[in-house]
Design a protein around this ligand. Structure first.
Ligand SMILES: NC(=O)c1ccc[n+]([C@@H]2O[C@H](COP(=O)([O-])OP(=O)(O)OC[C@H]3O[C@@H](n4cnc5c(N)ncnc54)[C@H](OP(=O)(O)O)[C@@H]3O)[C@@H](O)[C@H]2O)c1
Length: 297
């Protein structure tokens, strides 16, 4: 793939510095990974990978995590679960308190959700919840954990952004904007932390087969009904591996890499029009544009 979608830049200083925190195998030396949004989808798969790699887990979501906890414990990990709303500072503080001061070796800042329909038809309360979850809660968590990692001189952070950040998201406008923020933020923070022993990696998935579309009330859209969504286990593996290699960012899947390359050369009004076809309510029932571009959520 050409350089405009090449996120494989690896900060050698960063990776050299963090070699000594690779997961241990003995229960008393297992490092701690914090995973937000671990109840389902990509976050649950990231938690599974971390458990298999020998991490203990602190997982969080705003719905019960019982099933996730059970499955993760079966892999031998010690699992602590916090049920809280990470759109609020109190919710994030609750998660942080649950670390009980233990060093965090890996942070997966993954919790996030979308919101379908036209902006003027959305409830502002729901709009705020997207921003507070995807942006404010995420960067508050990253700041608190990042400071601790910098002080310790080691740590790995994986932030779940999206290829949606490269495209104006008609009928999902606030969500795409929130991911543009996150994609950009992750890359900037990574640069700021050069040489500190803390690496930041941004995972940018495309359309993935999770609860995302149901939660965003987008099941009647073309993208919501798309049958060939990516497997969240595969997406998580791509992100996890990129984080372990200390890469700056990774777009999951070649089709999404193509989509991002296209987004960087196509005029923004055209991209917004393409997104309308994918995310407009009712669009899933109509087939007006058989040669539509691949979606970007
Ligand atoms: N699916 C896609 O097509 C796609 C594409 C690109 C990027 N992404 C990003 O991938 C990440 C994971 O989403 P997913 O696709 O795996 O969807 P998902 O299955 O709906 O998982 C989202 C997770 O985030 C949690 N969460 C959402 N808002 C929260 C809040 N305010 N407080 C606490 N937990 C919250 C959910 O918890 P509950 O179960 O408790 O609600 C759930 O565990 C998100 O950041 C999303 O934006 C998804």
């Amino acid at each position: 793939m050409n350089s405009i979608v090449d996120f494989k830049e690896t900060d050698m200083q960063n990776t050299d510095d963090i070699h000594d925190i690779r997961p241990g195998t003995r229960a008393d030396t297992r490092p701690l990974a914090v995973v937000t949004g671990a109840s389902s989808g990509i976050g649950f798969q990231l938690a599974l990978l971390a458990a298999r790699q020998g991490y203990d887990l602190l997982i969080g979501a705003d719905e019960p995590l019982t099933q996730a906890e059970t499955e993760l414990r079966m892999l031998g990990a010690r699992v602590f679960a916090v049920r809280a709303d990470f759109a609020t500072r109190d919710g994030v503080d609750e998660l942080l308190a649950a670390t009980e001061g233990r060093p965090v070796a890996a942070l997966f800042a993954n919790a996030g959700h979308g919101l379908g329909h036209g902006f003027l038809d959305q409830e502002f309360h729901d709009v705020q919840h997207v921003i507070n979850t995807n942006i404010t809660g995420t960067i508050y968590l990253v700041q608190c954990v990042g400071r601790r990692m910098r002080e310790a001189g080691q740590g790995r952070i994986l932030i779940t952004g999206s290829i949606a950040g490269f495209q104006p998201g008609s009928f999902q406008a606030v969500y795409n904007g929130s991911k543009a923020f996150i994609d950009s933020f992750a890359m900037a923070l990574r640069n700021e932390l050069k040489g500190t022993g803390v690496s930041v990696t941004c995972l940018m998935p495309g359309v993935t087969d999770t609860h995302f579309f149901a939660r965003a009330d987008m099941l009647d859209t073309r993208v919501g009904r798309q049958s060939d969504k990516a497997d969240p286990a595969e997406v998580a593996r791509i992100g996890f591996d990129a984080m372990m290699r200390g890469e700056s960012g990774v777009i999951a899947g070649w089709r999404n890499k193509m989509q991002v390359a296209l987004s960087r050369v196509m005029p923004a009004p055209r991209l917004a029009e393409l997104h309308r076809r994918l995310a407009e309510p009712g669009g899933g029932e109509v087939h007006r544009h058989p040669h539509h571009a691949k979606p970007s959520l």
